[in-house]
Ligand binder design. Structure first.
Ligand SMILES: [Zn+2]
Length: 291
């Protein structure tokens, strides 16, 4: 019976929903058009998706789930998933935790809030970890920490770069201290990998908060972010209340962090593959910089 919980789910998330015929007839069919939350303009969802979910009018980066991200970043067909069947237990017997996990598994067709695997970017082999904010808000429980740690170890074994896309609400409260321990575990794995000369690239996406921002998300040799992403440790209200000061409007955005030296660059999703390829090429044995 338990075996049923481990059923392998290889189905990638559908990019386009099928529109029932009655809906096509209605004036604003859901799914066909998307309204940009930033510039409020309406555009074809298909066109938006073709532009990697970057608003064609204002450049706003709509959120991507893990498989959309993998499809947009890796060479087609190169992804091989690692530890996809690892699922959470309920170590603290937190009420309704397993039910919530199961609900998210049904909803997202994922087994946890991070997808890890190997693949190539313009022919260069890497190990990739992509967090998914649609699963328990991308929160970091033991499975997330373990999968990321194993992915880093895999990169170490293969002597290839490790790239992570973060998107997280922080630690997973239902796992208490065990969740916080993932910060130390992943950080140690990164340090070991780094000591062996491994290249680490972190790309923070909206939102990257809490224990994730305070551990592996910020530990790359390169720490990048997408434009206008929310990145921070504690929430704005908590900080304002504890320091009794009003914070600037753009506080905890990628732009604010770049201005204050916490990021190396903000990279538009449309330029990402090209820029990361350049960095990967420089770090290949015998790699050369193109000036
Ligand atoms: Zn827009």
């Amino acid at each position: 019976m338990l075996k049923e919980l481990f059923i392998k789910n290889n189905t990638k998330k559908k990019k386009y929903a099928t529109i029932p015929s009655e809906m096509v007839k209605s004036e604003v069919p859901e799914g066909i058009m998307t309204k940009c939350p930033s510039c409020k303009k309406i555009m074809y969802t298909k066109e938006l998706n073709k532009n990697l979910k970057v608003c064609i009018h204002c450049g706003y980066h709509h959120s991507m789930n893990s498989f959309e991200r993998i499809d947009s970043f890796l060479d087609a067909g190169s992804f091989e998933e690692l530890n996809e069947n690892m699922i959470s237990g309920n170590p603290l017997n937190f009420p309704d935790y397993l039910e919530k996990i199961e609900k998210d598994r049904q909803k997202t067709k994922l087994n946890e809030a991070v997808v890890t695997g190997t693949g190539t970017v313009n022919g260069i082999k890497i190990v990739l970890a992509v967090m998914d904010s649609t699963f328990r808000m991308g929160s970091m429980g033991s499975v997330v920490g373990e999968k990321i740690t194993r992915a880093i170890e895999k990169a170490d074994d293969l002597s290839v770069p490790f790239i992570i896309f973060t998107a997280s609400g922080g630690a997973r409260m239902q796992e208490g201290a065990l969740s916080l321990m993932q910060m130390a575990k992943t950080s140690v794995a990164l340090k070991k990998f780094s000591n062996h000369g491994g290249l680490i690239i972190s790309i923070m996406t909206h939102p990257t908060t809490g224990g994730v921002s305070a551990s592996f998300a910020s530990l790359g040799d390169f720490n990048f972010a997408e434009p206008e992403a929310l990145i921070g440790f504690a929430g704005r209200r908590v900080i304002e209340q504890s320091i009794r000061e009003e914070l600037p409007e753009d506080f905890q955005t990628s732009e604010f962090l770049l201005k204050h030296g916490q990021l190396d660059a903000i990279i538009s999703r449309l330029d990402l593959v090209g820029k990361i390829t350049n960095i990967l090429e420089i770090h290949q044995p015998g790699g050369e910089i193109e000036w």
